[in-house]
Design a protein around this ligand. Structure first.
Ligand SMILES: C[S@@+](CC[C@H](N)C(=O)[O-])C[C@H]1O[C@@H](n2cnc3c(N)ncnc32)[C@H](O)[C@@H]1O
Length: 204
């Protein structure tokens, strides 16, 4: 379903044509290459783009961002288009997905500030202000992969499903032992958009 034109313009401003082009890439090559299921074509905007762009309000200005397990670029690419001040690195270990990302970033003319690294998060050796992910892994594994990539004072922002709160409770003691705290946030890309559930992890 297409969002109201005002919603897209409010979020993406003069990059509206760029996010529309990305939506077309997802609905076309994204499905052809098997990165998204065939039934996703009608859900590209609400389930994928607006859900990803919900993170925009949680990232500080000029932050460096790494999107772990980026797949087709979610949430990294919509976030980068919504926020032209950010530098975004998309980490993706699978060749076909990394190739998809390279091609999309080139076509969207984002190569000056969005890059792809074909790697597993646990083998990557840089650090960033914000580590994003969506549908990456259970919380304990997600923290093991993501936290080593966070700079001092930074945060992990993980888009999760409805059971995020239960997961946080289940792993509370382990997080506390690591001197971490997790909050479950419900954020919307725009007032009419479906809320995204985000687990934000920071140093205690
Ligand atoms: C369920 S998909 C989610 C993709 C995308 N984030 C989305 O929301 O559509 C999980 C992604 O994590 C990637 N992945 C799996 N293990 C990983 C690891 N150790 N480090 C980084 N990414 C990994 C997979 O290749 C896959 O693209």
């Amino acid at each position: 379903m297409l969002p109201a034109p005002g919603v897209v313009r409010d979020l993406f401003g003069d990059r509206t044509a760029v996010i529309e082009q990305y939506a077309e890439i997802l609905a076309g090559r994204g499905i052809e290459w098997g990165l998204l299921g065939p039934r996703e074509a009608d859900r590209i905007w609400d389930r994928h783009i607006l859900n990803s762009a919900a993170l925009a309000s949680l990232v500080s200005e000029n932050a460096t961002v790494v999107d772990v397990g980026s797949g087709a670029g979610l949430p990294g690419i919509p976030l980068a288009i919504a926020r032209p001040d950010l530098r975004v690195t998309c980490i993706e270990p699978l060749l076909r997905r990394a190739n998809f990302l390279e091609l999309a970033i080139e076509e969207l003319d984002l190569s000056d500030r969005v890059t792809v690294v074909r790697d597993r998060a646990e083998d990557h050796r840089s650090s960033y202000d914000v580590v994003t992910s969506r549908a990456l892994a259970p919380l304990d594994k997600l923290v093991r992969w993501s936290w080593p990539l966070v700079t001092a004072g930074g945060a992990v922002l993980a888009i999760k499903g409805a059971s995020a709160g239960e997961e946080v409770i289940r792993h509370e003691r382990s997080l506390t032992r690591q001197k971490l705290m997790a909050e479950v946030l419900s954020v919307r890309a725009s007032p009419d958009a479906e809320p995204a559930t985000v687990v934000r992890i920071r140093r205690r």
